[in-house]
Design a protein around this ligand. Structure first.
Ligand SMILES: Cc1cc2nc3c(=O)[nH]c(=O)nc-3n(C[C@H](O)[C@H](O)[C@H](O)COP(=O)(O)OP(=O)(O)OC[C@H]3O[C@@H](n4cnc5c(N)ncnc54)[C@H](O)[C@@H]3O)c2cc1C
Length: 429
């Protein structure tokens, strides 16, 4: 049986970061990815907060060719209803200068770039090969099985993404609750650079990200749009429970989202270049599986490391950081020939000390806050109605603001629900 110090399953950002980190520590590393090339089997909206990648490759943004599309200088949150939208538009010139804040990315470009660095560090990647199962000696994971081949490992890192079939078994990931599962769809639409920069009022090279909440159908979910160099990434993530209850398909809802008059203006003339879809698990801290066990570690979205805070959607920086820490711990354990749970628990300690588990713990109440249907229907309707009444002037004598506000809420949401939601959100956020 062929043997490596560390075998990494999955060549997404978590797996690549893990392979890079374990190989940089001098260990023999095999990375197995079922896609034919890096980034071909993964779905991401495409907004990367750069701090995680900078831990792995400092000043990555200056690399040539660049792994990123545009630094994001404008962050917009839009609350949508049928034909209206209320937006908060935050511009920060400092976000357009090193060390930047976030970037739009296209995964095939970013993942290929990081794969080259992992390989240069000494990791051996194989593409187009699927891991079918784990090899075990009692409770301990001792490697992986791919078809008829068996490959031994001191430590196996499971970074096989949100649909991980390997993170099962005793103490492993619980079955996902549909109320915290999102179904995401995404298109990449090509647009000439000049059109794109003019449309979004961007200085050459800068980018914008738009997150939306609310949908004409009231479905629980939200949309996103990111500007790349010469394309837009646009998508929608709908809550699975809400989809099933409404007997709607995510494609139908996505089409309705794209037809919203404001969204239609954003994407006008875009030529479809990619269409993809994937699940996201939004259970957060309370839905984490066992992150380490005898002979194995779990990183990235296979471990449910994802944070939807409404105005930010983050999984890639969590994948990179968890992968980086997992690779380091696996390398130490392999060197010591000690893959026992006590040593591998250092991975969990590392995550606790990093932003990964700290932020997930801080935001552990978010899934409950976002499970409120009023956030997607009644509140967007009310706030858009209020803004409509404030801006609409027909000479009939506009009432006092207080009456307008009560009028906007009437028939949409009762005042005691507003009070209850504010109190609940205050407690949980
Ligand atoms: C619609 C949508 C929008 C999103 N938007 C954002 C965003 O804007 N910003 C952000 O930070 N995050 C976003 N995310 C989340 C982000 O994409 C994930 O958190 C991130 O990709 C996780 O990286 P990963 O390496 O853990 O998993 P992945 O990137 O999914 O990589 C897993 C890899 O494992 C491989 N694999 C799986 N099983 C096997 C197997 N058995 N054998 C071999 N290989 C295998 C897969 O082919 C894949 O390449 C979004 C997610 C979705 C679905």
């Amino acid at each position: 049986m062929e043997r490596f110090d560390v075998v990494v399953v999955g060549g997404g950002l978590a797996g690549l970061a893990a392979a890079h980190s374990a190989a940089s520590a001098g260990r023999s590393v095999l990375l197995i990815e079922r896609g034919k090339a890096p980034g071909t089997k993964t779905v991401s909206g495409g907004l990367l907060y750069g701090h995680g990648l900078a831990q792995i490759v400092p000043e990555f943004w200056a690399s040539d060719p660049s792994p990123v599309e545009r630094p994001i200088v404008r962050n917009i949150l839009s609350v949508l209803t049928g034909a209206r939208a209320v937006s908060v538009d935050h511009f920060d010139a400092a976000f357009g200068r090193p060390p930047f804040n976030s970037f739009s990315v296209l995964r095939h470009r970013l993942d290929s770039w990081l794969a080259e660095r992992a390989e240069a560090a000494g990791a051996v990647p194989v593409y187009g090969v699927q891991v079918d199962g784990l090899l075990r000696d009692g409770e301990r994971v001792i490697g992986v099985r791919t078809g008829d081949d068996e490959i031994g490992a001191e430590v196996t890192i499971l970074a096989d993404g949100v649909n991980s079939l390997l993170v099962r078994g005793p103490g492993a990931r619980p079955e996902a609750d549909p109320s915290v599962v999102g179904v995401g769809v995404k298109q990449v639409l090509e647009l000439p650079t000049g059109t794109l920069e003019e449309r979004f009022q961007l200085r050459h090279g800068d980018g914008v990200q738009i997150t939306t909440i609310g949908h004409p159908s009231g479905i629980e979910g939200g949309g996103f749009l990111y500007t790349n160099r010469s394309s837009l990434s646009v998508g929608f993530i709908a809550n699975l429970r809400s989809l099933v209850a409404a007997h709607r398909s995510v494609d139908e809802l996505f089409d309705e989202f794209l037809q919203h008059p404001l969204v239609a203006r954003w994407i006008e003339g875009g030529q479809l270049a990619e269409y993809s879809g994937c699940f996201v698990t939004e259970g957060g801290y309370r839905a984490l599986p066992a992150l380490a066990g005898a002979g194995y570690l779990v990183a990235g979205s296979a471990a449910g490391l994802f944070l939807n805070a409404g105005f930010t959607l983050r999984g890639m920086d969590f994948a990179l950081e968890s992968g980086r820490i997992a690779g380091g711990v696996a390398a130490e354990a392999a060197l010591a020939k000690d893959p026992a749970p006590a040593r591998l628990e250092r991975y969990v300690a590392g995550l606790e000390a990093s932003f990964v588990l700290r932020e997930l713990r801080t935001h552990r109440g978010f899934p409950k806050v976002f499970a409120n249907p009023r956030l997607y229907g009644a509140y967007p309707e009310a706030i858009n109605a209020l803004l409509h009444d404030l801006y609409f002037v027909d000479g009939s004598g506009r009432p006092h603001l207080d009456r307008l506000a009560r009028g906007a809420l009437r028939g949409r949401v009762a005042w005691w629900n507003v009070a209850r939601d504010l109190l609940g959100a205050g407690r949980r956020l």
